[in-house]
Ligand binder design. Sequence first.
Ligand code: XIL
Length: 305
Amino acid sequence: GLLDPKIKAKGKKYFGSAADPGTIGVAIDVTILTSDYGAYTPENSMKWDATEPSRGSFTFTNADALVAFAQAHGRLVRGHTLVWHNQLPSWVSTITSAADLTTVIQNHVTTLMARYKGKIYAWDVVNECLNEDGTLRSSVFSRLLGENFIDIAFKAARAADPAAKLYINDFNLDAPGAKTSGMVALVGRLKARGVPIDGIGTQTHIQLGRAGTIAANLQTLANTGLDVAITELDIASSTSSANEAQQSADYATVARACLAVARCVGITTWGVSDKDSWLGAAAAPLLWDTNFVRKPAYTGVDAAF
Ligand code: XIL
């Protein structure tokens, strides 16, 4: 068995996985999710297209199932994600007035968070809002509301479930550079405006051999005064034995990075087995292979964490 399935039991940090109907409905995945993982993030079921496909009409079947599964096993849930330019239904993208969009954001955030109030450890309130150069990404949200869409979303989130930790989440925050600096600067502006924010999620979709900068970068993010979390870890590789050894070392490096940074609350891998990875089985980015056999990467994490 792994990896300390309960948050901060024995003073440790959680180790979680993405999960959804395609895994919580499959016996071998359930065995692994319940023996080795202490937290779950719905891979798709809480996204806007899944939960509010038309305006004011909400569907929660799969999200409810994930939350019920977590509750039945005493596990944490990371809610993912409330305001994101992807997997966004077209009715949102075609809104043309700032006032209308504000109402729509507030209603979406409030409805999802109220439904699961008290059952979600942390929410990714805003996802992937930065460009690689650290500037604000163009989306219907930024075009109509500028950076203020982030304020609107976080304020609605805090009001809806005051106990939930509120995160801004993004990718390519694994090494120093314009995007990391842009995130630090953005969080500084949000805090200066009194926006209620608790954490920075770093997705950590990385390539083989790129784990060495992560500990220092987590500390850079934590120096904003917020919690940090590794929210969608996978390490794209292949199945050659040399790559599997490097991947194991990389996973151990990432696990030790979170342990070394006091404000790092935990790690979530973006799935269980390579069979179901969003990157495709050939990328072999996860801890179990396509036959649900533990890989060297599992051993690397288990030894380090
Ligand atoms: C991915 C899912 O894994 C896929 O199943 C889906 O088709 C597309 O989205 N960043 C995120 C996640 O924040 O929500 C994405 O998940 C992966 C990239």
